[in-house]
Design a protein around this ligand. Structure first.
Ligand code: TLP
Length: 346
């Protein structure tokens, strides 16, 4: 099967598995796992922060970060299609008791003016005071969109002037750095806290990191324990993360080329609504034209599945395809042929 449902489906390579099998381990709840400690030091260095914390998932990384930044009753600003709001099981309400001021971005991206317009202070008893602006880079539901640096800086400047903190959901931050040619640190310097997933395009089986100040990470450690994310000999997993950071970053460029190729190949198929120039990284969102396409998205996905290609259905006419390190250029070409032949069939 060619699995294009997500970059989370990638499996550890034999070399990564070897690094994991040979990892030195200890009890990480006691802070004694050398491999976890090494990963945290490496992540802090790559992300340009004082400290980092290894956690089981991107969801926990975001939820812990937001818990550290806020008090119940606070408000946070996010784009409407952001992952923490849409796909983290209501954690913002359940775990942090915050309310979210959702703004409509363009392909997931906000502007500083939009943010400035909705900030509320605690000088009025009616307000839920805004504490935090949370951005996502790349923006998943925006289509793997990369935040332009000037936007981030402008939003940062507004947030700082208003006394707000900045959080980055950097699940796919390395896709953003490779696509933009920037170092991670050039992006993360505008954020008080940032996350990075090792288990998506970077190919590790499990885990994410939070990077921030030492004080922030000390508080995050307590919430990791509270949320049940304190793991013991986690070095076996962390070693996969170290391998991923050391070996699998530059190759993300191949995924971006393959995603672009796939978008271009399928863009001419009957009923296909897709703009290949919007494909900036490894994620493709496509729409089918309800009048022109001979199938809807569930129908297309079912026909693709029968021919060995897996994709994620997003509503009646939408579909997501994600390229990752377990998908070769040949497989991308084959997937494109299969999709075109299904849409062209009479
Ligand atoms: N995203 C998954 C699904 O939850 C949709 C995917 O297949 O794309 N931030 C962003 C931007 C994400 O895309 C994801 C995962 C997460 C956080 C959460 O990471 P995990 O799955 O490790 O909890």
């Amino acid at each position: 099967m060619i699995d294009l449902r997500s970059d989370t489906v990638s499996k550890p390579s034999p070399e990564m598995r070897r690094a994991m099998a040979e990892a030195e381990v200890g009890d990480d709840v006691f802070g004694e796992d050398p491999s976890v400690n090494r990963l945290q030091e490496l992540a802090a260095q790559v992300l340009g922060k004082e400290a980092a914390l290894y956690v089981p998932s991107g969801t926990m990384a975001n939820q812990i970060s937001i818990k550290v930044h806020t008090q119940p009753g606070d408000e946070i600003i996010m784009e409407r299609t952001s992952h923490p709001f849409n796909s983290e099981s209501g954690g913002l309400a359940a775990l942090s008791g915050v309310q979210v001021n959702l703004l409509d971005g363009q392909r997931g991206l906000l502007s500083a003016e939009q943010v400035a317009r909705v900030i509320r202070h605690d000088n009025d008893v009616h307000n839920a005071p805004t504490r935090l602006v949370s951005l996502e880079n790349t923006h998943n539901r925006g289509g793997g969109t990369v935040y332009p640096m000037d936007r981030i800086k402008e939003i940062h400047d507004v947030a700082r002037a208003e006394g707000l903190a900045m959080h980055l959901d950097g699940a796919r931050l390395m896709n953003a750095t490779v696509a933009s040619g920037l170092q991670a640190i050039e992006i993360t310097r505008y954020f008080d806290s940032c996350t990075l997933c090792l288990s998506k395009g970077l190919g590790a089986p499990v885990g994410s990191v939070i990077a921030a100040s030492e004080d922030f990470i000390r508080r995050a450690q307590r919430y990791r324990k509270m949320f049940g994310g304190g793991m013991r000999q986690a070095g076996i997993l962390a070693a996969g993360g170290i391998y991923a950071l050391e070996n699998n970053v530059e190759r993300l460029a191949d995924d971006h080329l393959n995603a672009k190729l796939l978008a271009e190949r399928i863009s001419g198929a009957p009923g296909m609504r897709i703009e290949p120039s919007n494909v900036e990284t490894n994620i493709i969102y496509l729409q089918l034209d309800p009048d022109e396409a001979r199938v809807d998205a569930p129908g297309l996905a079912a026909a693709m599945w029968q021919r060995g290609v897996m994709a994620l259905v997003m509503g009646r006419y939408g579909m997501r395809l994600v390229i990752h390190l377990d998908v070769s250029r040949d497989e991308v070409e084959r997937a494109a042929e299969i999709m075109c032949s299904i849409l062209e069939a009479r």
